[in-house]
Design a protein around this ligand. Structure first.
Ligand SMILES: [Zn+2]
Length: 172
């Protein structure tokens, strides 16, 4: 059976964005009006199969499309969502990202009940992850430094913090 995302890309239906690497189209049926699916043109099953250039690019464009949804559909929020793997709810065998426009009380449920873990289970997870994550940032030192500087500025500047809160709630 042909991959439904590849088929959609070929058919060009409901397309609202395209560049050399990715395509954005309206989900059918959508979670809410304006629900966008953003997918790489190159077929691969999960996010780990793609290079950093594609991953960076798809997030930059997702951010822009999210802003456009706010401006054009007068929505209150967006979920920028990746279901990575079947166990995580991935529906098609081709990596894609959802941008779901949200309104207050729109009855879309993405919530979960937190699990009560023992201290031992928490510690085990933390230790395993810390060992594995030690070196992943090394090739991206410049990028990490930029992010850290931005975070520090936000924390140290109360006005910025208020701006952030205001923006999160989209208070006019
Ligand atoms: Zn595909």
């Amino acid at each position: 059976m042909e991959c439904p995302i590849c088929k959609q890309l070929k058919e060009n239906k409901n397309k609202i964005y395209e560049d050399e690497l990715i395509v954005g189209f309206l989900a059918t049926p959508p979670a809410n009006p304006g629900h966008i699916i953003l997918a790489p043109k190159k077929h691969a099953p999960i996010i780990e199969n793609y290079d950093n250039k594609l991953i960076s690019h798809i997030f930059v464009i997702a951010n822009k499309l999210s802003s456009i949804l706010f401006e054009t559909l007068q929505i209150h929020g967006t979920n920028i969502l990746i279901n990575n793997g079947v166990a995580a709810g991935q529906k098609y065998p081709h990596f894609y990202l959802n941008i779901i426009p949200r309104m207050e009380n729109d009855s879309i449920k993405l919530d979960w009940s937190p699990k009560q873990l023992s201290e031992e289970d928490m510690n085990t997870a933390e230790l395993k992850l810390k060992q594995a994550t030690g070196n992943i940032g090394n090739e991206k030192i410049k990028l990490t430094e930029t992010i850290k500087v931005k975070e520090a500025e936000t924390i140290n500047n109360e006005e910025d913090e208020n701006y952030l809160i205001k923006h999160l709630h989209r208070i006019p």
